[in-house]
Design a binder for this molecule. Structure first.
Ligand SMILES: *Cc1c(COP(=O)(O)O)cnc(C)c1O
Length: 220
């Protein structure tokens, strides 16, 4: 099937309230344009330089989501345009995003990445750390960021029960933190689910899925 067909089929399947991030990392501009021409406006990339390059050449009504691990010294390259940063997993990074956003007179929306997988390789903070950050006084000083939700990645395994438990952990963490509304914190996004597990993620309460290979085909 073509990218357009994959995308339309997927969109027909997703519940209305679930936002689709088309994960276009490593894919050429032509592929992204095919998705764009089929109506897709939210794209996810995991490398800042690649996202910057694509942003420069692609139509300007695209919302670019940074879904990968973010190095602090590279925040400045995307601060003028990035629409949502999914992988914020420490306070120093949040401070840097705030600083760079201020230079552009913007408020950058961020998700706190929670470690829900058992694998060591997955980034993220504990639910407790997320709670502590949102409740800290230093956090309230960050006027140029806004925490709009949580993000997580389940373990890469065939064990469905484990994946379900991990997604449920993210959802319950979200429910616990949701009431902590501050000026710069308004939790309404639960970003979880990829090509292999998005149906389960939605069943567990996801309202933002990040899907790459089911739209664009396998990556090298
Ligand atoms: C690559 C990636 C995805 C998409 O993965 P697919 O299996 O191709 O759908 C989702 N989330 C993150 C954080 C990724 O790095």
């Amino acid at each position: 099937m073509s990218i357009k067909q994959n995308l339309l089929k997927l969109k027909a399947e997703l519940p209305q309230d679930v936002i689709l991030v088309a994960v276009s990392k490593t894919k050429p501009l032509n592929d992204l344009m095919e998705a764009y021409n089929a109506g897709q406006r939210i794209f996810g990339e995991n490398k800042i330089q690649e996202m910057v390059d694509k942003h420069e050449t692609m139509p300007k009504d695209i919302q670019w989501h940074m879904i990968g691990h973010v190095q602090r010294n590279k925040v400045k390259y995307m601060a003028s345009f990035v629409s949502l940063i999914h992988g914020v997993d420490n306070f120093k990074l949040l401070k840097e995003i705030d600083k760079q956003a201020k230079k552009h007179d913007r408020v950058i929306e961020c998700l706190l990445q929670i470690k829900i997988a058992s694998e060591d390789s997955k980034f993220g903070m504990s639910p407790k750390m997320a709670f502590d950050i949102i409740n800290s006084e230093e956090f309230l000083d960050l006027k140029n960021i806004k925490i709009t939700g949580l993000m997580g990645m389940a373990t890469f395994t065939d064990n469905q029960a484990q994946v379900n438990n991990e997604f449920k952990l993210l959802k319950s963490t979200f429910e616990n933190l949701k009431s902590l509304n501050q000026e710069n914190c308004d939790l309404h996004i639960v970003s979880m689910g990829m090509s292999g597990d998005y149906k389960q993620a939605i069943n567990c309460g996801s309202n933002m899925v990040r899907i790459g290979s089911s739209i664009f085909g396998l990556r090298n």
